[in-house]
Design a binder for this molecule. Sequence first.
Ligand code: NAP
Ligand code: NAG
Ligand code: NAG
Ligand code: NAG
Length: 318
Amino acid sequence: MSCFLICGALFVVAAYFYHETVVKGQRCTSNAKLHGKTVIVTGSNTGIGKCAAVDLARRGARVIMACRSRERGERAMEDVKRESGSNNVAFMPLDLASLKSVRNFAENYLKTEQRLDILINNAGLYMEGRTEDGFGMMFGVNHLGHFLLTNLLLQRLKESAPSRVVNVSSLAHNFGHVDFDCLHQNKTLGTGNSFMQLMQIYSNSKLCNVLFTHELHKRMQGTGVTCYSLHPGAINTEFARNINWFTVMFLKPITSFFFKTPEQGCQTTLHCALQEDLEPLSGRYFSNCTARNLLAKARDDATAKKLWELSERLSGLV
Ligand SMILES: NC(=O)c1ccc[n+]([C@@H]2O[C@H](COP(=O)([O-])OP(=O)(O)OC[C@H]3O[C@@H](n4cnc5c(N)ncnc54)[C@H](OP(=O)(O)O)[C@@H]3O)[C@@H](O)[C@H]2O)c1
Ligand SMILES: *[C@@H]1O[C@H](CO)[C@@H](O)[C@H](O)[C@H]1NC(C)=O
Ligand SMILES: *[C@@H]1O[C@H](CO)[C@@H](O)[C@H](O)[C@H]1NC(C)=O
Ligand SMILES: *[C@@H]1O[C@H](CO)[C@@H](O)[C@H](O)[C@H]1NC(C)=O
């Protein structure tokens, strides 16, 4: 019995140290202040987006929380104001699953806001289904909606240069591929709705994020707009909400130990948004606050260009 208790205690202590040293990861060390700067964070009503919003507001930025639900968005805005001690926080409706909503958001934003210093494309989901425009949900939200949003705001980013675009991707992009035939035929990055098939589609959408950063970097050279993509880590957020509750309950003990808290999980996002002298690393992919090398498929010029041009057509930009 006592051996059992001692072993249990040792396990808890070991897990604690493991979490503190390995899981927690590096922190953003920038002391940047953001008074007079404006930042957009998409999907900032919960998870790492919300944590990033609090940190940016604390540094003095005007923070625009671009979220799809007015109710959840406004409630989160009150939290962010309280936790940051700043009143310079606003909610603006944005549903990335609707190209019309993206256009309305951009129009509204360009009419009311003079600057855009940092755009954080953070919203993302793991879910089957279709968007309002008939695209696969993960392709539409994780990629195409952000593609259109970024492009509609590019001019304001250029005017505010030096400015940054930060794309929250995922390690999962390593398992992704872009199936152009499927995109043409089915407006989606893959078919099927088993766990593995959806995981594959999610990975594909995250590969699109990385490829876009690659292409955007090339297109923005000389404009003072730089861009970064990143893996935030494995984090305990609401992200698993669309996975069945049984799996989630089963995984809960594991995720509590081995996953980061949202506050730890937003550190690489903050690093890409704030770290001084990061500009020479524009177009790169980060994790644990460090630039990482990408697989060849994630920095393939031809695929990145092809995806960009297809996205221009699918989002109605050209
Ligand atoms: N958690 C992880 O372990 C992990 C690992 C790798 C990468 N990531 C990436 O990190 C990012 C943030 O994830 P998280 O973990 O913080 O997840 P989360 O807690 O589920 O937050 C995701 C956010 O995206 C928003 N969103 C979803 N669909 C949207 C839409 N159509 N329009 C506008 N906003 C939408 C959600 O809004 P609602 O509340 O209204 O749904 C929510 O605010 C995602 O891009 C995800 O792919 C997460
Ligand atoms: C993150 O970086 C820190 C410091 O370099 C290291 O100790 C830790 O193991 C890294 N964590 C992960 C998950 O890579
Ligand atoms: C971010 O990803 C979106 C969608 O994949 C893309 O349109 C946008 O250009 C990317 N921006 C950067 C800086 O990578
Ligand atoms: C398009 O979807 C159909 C039905 O799900 C599927 O059978 C077909 O293989 C898909 N096309 C491509 C090119 O993947």
